[in-house]
Design a protein. Structure first.
Length: 543
């Protein structure tokens, strides 16, 4: 006994001499409030051992509030049979574990807390050095509270929107715990084929808003918002949905508590029901004009309203009823199904495709459709985002017969050439009238963009006059019509625009013809009234 007391005396003297204990064991300060069914993590570390790089062994015990004098052994890092029977089965199932973080620290884990796990936990660092110098154990208190977090969403049924439409979703999140906790709410998008969901926008526990990666641009522009209304309502608003928004959208709520050491900890998190969102790009078609006369030109305009058109690959087809007329592929290859007709297909801009059909007949009346498909860059798979077609829009075209007018020889006849355009209000026009007889086309009068008139030296040119009225409409008047005046009359119009340097350039030239028949008195004269169309977009009813 004297030897033991001598050792103790020496240890006391060494402590007094050094001024402080050499070994110190630490755990998180309590009480730690954790939710029933959630995980528990307690980190335990030790310092002061002479062998700093050697793995230290740790033991965890607990006492329950109902019996604070009875210690229950739970788990040890070097003894598989350390725990009492009521914890041993949970250790074997890995429901309770001890994970090494470093040679001098471990983390005690309980995967799912039971109410019976509430109590005071003690972590002990096993001393293998023989002499004792310091604190080899530390304690913390764990409180197990009920789960009172509730999360639900306003929409769980699939929703289909057109690109550019607005989306509003509501998340209800609240907690009735008696502890002082904070809630954070975030909306997530889980895209098909991606392992993890990505946050759209979140309201953090300190009430700051943060957009998710990929949504910063629209957030900065005010197109994505997350508003808290009242105590438990969180509204997500996307002013204009994009095809990239396609996927499963849900809200997640997290409940936070501040531990005694000042750190914040998520005690529970839950997600609401998912809502599947489909976003379709829109396709608009217009016919110019919606009603034509025989011999006029039809132009169908198909506009693709979607993001990043220039980076994607589209195939555009025009149909009359169910019959395909023409198709232009993603590489610009044109396929025309009726080679007997004069067809022109163009792509004036990245998002606009046009089809022009020359000299329509009565049989061209009917319903026209524009169908757009998307192809992946390698061309092996169709419709990477929107299915077989993005959308289809329908336009109705009506073709009417050429009107007939009655004139006698020696009367005045007026032929009109009208222009409808939306290219530019500052456009100037040049016009040339030609007369075709057996000998071929002859220019009878012309008007340049500066309104300077040039007449030919023919008998007919001596009896004609030309004027411009509103519209603009150019009128050619033949005075005292003769039999020799019969034949085909062509109106050739050029549209001129001025570039930023002030130079004029010819934008386009279009010609239209009509046949004039001159008869003796008592007979009938038939001639056509025609329009010359440039670029005119008329919004039509959608299917």
């Amino acid at each position: 006994n004297s030897v033991i007391w001598l050792i103790v005396f020496i240890c006391v003297l060494s402590v007094l001499y050094s001024g402080e204990a050499r070994v110190k064991t630490e755990v998180q300060a309590g009480p730690l409030y954790r939710v029933l069914g959630s995980p528990l993590y307690i980190t335990c570390s030790v310092s002061g051992f002479r062998s700093e790089n050697t793995d230290k062994h740790f033991e965890f015990r607990m006492t329950k509030p109902s019996n604070p004098n009875f210690e229950i052994q739970i788990i040890s890092s070097n003894d598989d049979n350390f725990g009492y029977s009521n914890h041993q089965s949970r250790v074997r199932k890995n429901e309770i574990a001890l994970k090494r973080l470093s040679p001098n620290s471990v983390r005690f884990e309980i995967k799912s807390l039971l109410k019976d796990d509430e109590g005071e936990y003690e972590c002990t660092a096993v001393n293998l050095e023989g002499a004792y110098d310091g604190e080899y154990s530390a304690k913390t208190v764990v409180k197990v509270i009920e789960d009172s977090l509730s999360v639900s969403s306003s929409a769980s049924t699939p929703l289909s929107l057109n690109e550019g439409e607005a989306l509003t979703l509501t998340c209800l999140a609240s907690s009735s715990t008696s502890q002082h906790t904070h809630l954070s709410v975030a909306w997530y998008l889980h895209k098909d084929g991606q392992e993890d969901a990505q946050p759209i926008i979140s309201l953090n526990r300190d009430f700051t808003l943060s957009p998710g990666q990929g949504f910063e641009r629209r957030y900065q522009a005010g197109l994505i918002r997350l508003d808290k209304l009242g105590e438990a309502t969180y509204n997500l608003q996307i002013a204009k949905v994009e095809p990239s928004d396609r996927g499963r959208i849900y809200c997640q709520a997290q409940e936070w508590i501040q531990d005694p050491d000042g750190s914040w900890y998520i005690i529970i998190q839950k997600i609401a029901e998912e809502m599947t969102l489909t976003v379709k790009a829109t396709v608009e078609i217009s016919a110019q004009p919606a009603a034509l006369q025989e011999g006029q030109e039809l132009m169908l305009s198909c506009d693709i309203n979607t993001q990043d058109v220039e980076k994607r690959f589209f195939s555009v087809a025009w149909l009359k009823g169910s019959v395909e007329l023409a198709r232009i592929g993603p590489t610009g290859v044109l396929t025309v199904e009726f080679m007997s007709r004069k067809v022109s297909v163009m792509r004036p801009t990245t998002d606009n495709f046009t089809l022009e059909l020359d000299e329509v007949t009565l049989s061209d009346s009917g319903v026209y459709q524009c169908a757009v498909s998307e192809r992946k860059p390698n061309g092996t798979a169709s419709c990477s985002h929107f299915g077989a077609t993005l959308n289809r829009k329908i336009s109705r075209l009506d073709v009417s017969p050429i009107p007939a007018l009655t004139r006698n020889m020696n009367t005045d006849i007026t032929i009109k050439c009208s222009i409808v355009t939306k290219t530019s209000e500052s456009s100037l026009y040049s016009i040339t009238w030609l007369h075709e007889e057996n000998a071929g086309n002859k220019t009878i009068v012309s008007l340049d963009r500066n309104s300077i008139v040039t007449e030919s030296q023919t008998d007919l040119s001596q009896r004609i006059s030309m004027r411009r009225s509103t519209g603009p409409t150019f009128e050619l008047t033949i005075r005292q019509a003769r039999i020799s005046d019969k034949g085909s009359y062509t109106c050739k119009v050029g549209e001129w625009l001025q570039d930023p340097r002030g130079e004029w350039y010819l934008l386009s030239t279009v010609s239209k013809s009509t046949v004039l028949t001159i008869t003796e008195p008592g007979e009938y004269i038939y001639f056509s009234y025609f329009r010359n169309m440039f670029t005119c977009h008329i919004q039509l009813a959608q299917n």
